[in-house]
Design a protein around this ligand. Structure first.
Ligand code: UD1
Ligand code: UDP
Length: 360
């Protein structure tokens, strides 16, 4: 059996690292096709090195541009690669433009398509990710759902139960596997940044809905500036956000802004933060895995079980964020739930995915 895995953005390298390891263990041939969507070494290369993910067999170097242009260019190039490689199945992850382009190319060529992280919904089609997810799920053969909510969403959309495989979340597998490696790193990122354990907040911001509207982005950074007068905020800066804050001349002098870090340093920063402030999908769960409360600066989230369990709270970005954020931060830190639930499987999602693919 030959699989073509299509990835292109940071979170997909982390997810694929878990599954790819199992493909290798079970002797399955995997061709890794990198679309090139993310390309800086700290957004791409570092993950292949650190997470022992084999180098891409091919990188298409397609990035930037408007959504239609980016996705269209990827579709055309992926189709050629699939015609040449003739895989038995194609595997895609998550909800990026690389996911959708891969899904369209495979399904037009009638190659069975499998989707990891199927069924996630925020029910807001104005976000590019929701469009990518819904379309990819409706083109997929195997729908690897991470949660009971995702499974429910797929059934609600009439997707056949035979195709839905609730396996848990590969990001939980990744945390379990890579945390010991993060702990074993000789040089601690906390020492480098002169941070004390549990005495800083970790923040990331990159979503289109927050970065594309100047007044929202300005308000987010004003709120962070204010908060960080009391407690340091460390913010590994996504290149998209970097471009925007530079062009808008947004002040960040109180915030510890750093370049994007590798996954091991990110796990460590998350583990020892006292709170996470983010609009990332993946980081919402990683903060829960680390037992750290999270405030999500978005109107909605796909990972609603964390909201229900009290580990995460949605804070829509409004013009008075600077006034309300400190209140939410205090509330969240004071009322952090104690126990952890097994909301994302048992850490064997990758094994289940590969076994299921092999049995087709
Ligand atoms: C993409 C995904 C988003 C995901 C995120 C993970 C889509 C529609 N969005 O958003 O769902 O949460 O990745 O991080 O697929 N850039 C660089 N260097 C890089 C990568 C990006 O400079 O290595 C800059 C470029 O100016 C680029 C911009 O960031 O145009 C946006 O990158 P893009 O991949 O289009 O979207 P993301 O915001 O990264
Ligand atoms: N991450 C990382 N370095 C960083 C910021 C994030 O390794 O500087 C990891 C983070 O731990 C998580 C993933 O990248 O595993 C999340 O990616 P991102 O927030 O870019 O995308 P999303 O999950 O929102 O799609």
């Amino acid at each position: 059996m030959k699989i073509v895995t299509i990835i292109g953005a940071r979170p997909q390298f982390i997810k694929a690292a878990s599954v790819s390891k199992v493909f290798r263990k079970k002797g399955i041939e995997e061709f890794i096709l990198h679309t090139g969507q993310h390309y800086d070494s700290e957004m791409s290369g570092i993950f292949f090195k650190e997470l022992d993910l084999k180098s891409p067999d091919l990188n298409l170097h397609i990035h930037g541009g408007l959504h239609g242009q980016q996705t269209g260019r990827m579709l055309e190039a992926i189709e050629n690669v699939l015609l040449q490689e003739k895989p038995d199945r194609v595997l895609v992850y998550g909800d990026t433009n690389s996911t959708l382009a891969g899904a369209l190319a495979a399904s037009k060529l009638h190659i069975p398509l499998d989707h990891v992280e199927a069924g996630m919904r925020c029910f807001n089609k104005k976000t590019p990710e929701e469009v990518n997810r819904v379309l990819t799920d409706h083109l997929s053969t195997l729908l690897f759902s991470p949660t009971t909510t995702a499974t429910y969403n797929l059934k609600q959309e009439g997707l056949g139960e035979d195709h839905i495989k609730e396996v848990g979340d590969v990001m939980y597998d990744a945390v379990l596997h890579f945390k010991p490696l993060a702990a074993a790193k000789e040089e601690s990122i906390l020492d480098l940044l002169k941070l004390q354990k549990k005495s800083y907040y970790l923040a990331t911001i990159h979503r289109a809905e927050n970065t594309n509207t100047p007044k929202l982005l300005i308000e987010i950074f004003r709120a962070f500036e204010t908060l960080s007068k009391d407690v340091p905020i460390v913010l590994p800066l996504h290149p998209r956000t970097k471009e925007k804050i530079e062009s808008l001349n947004i002040t960040t002098k109180n915030i510890t802004i750093i370049n994007p870090v590798g996954y091991l340093d990110m796990l460590w920063l998350t583990h020892y933060a006292s709170l996470v402030l983010t609009d990332s999908g993946g980081l919402q769960k990683e903060s829960y895995f680390a037992g750290v409360p999270c405030l999500t600066l978005r109107d909605e989230t796909e990972w609603i079980e964390l909201i229900e369990a009290g580990w995460n709270k949605l804070i829509p970005v409004t013009k008075n964020l600077t006034d309300v954020l400190p209140v939410y931060v205090n509330e969240m830190i004071t009322n952090t739930p104690k126990g952890q639930l097994f909301l994302y499987g048992k850490g064997d999602a990758s094994e289940k995915i590969v076994d299921c693919i092999i049995s087709q």
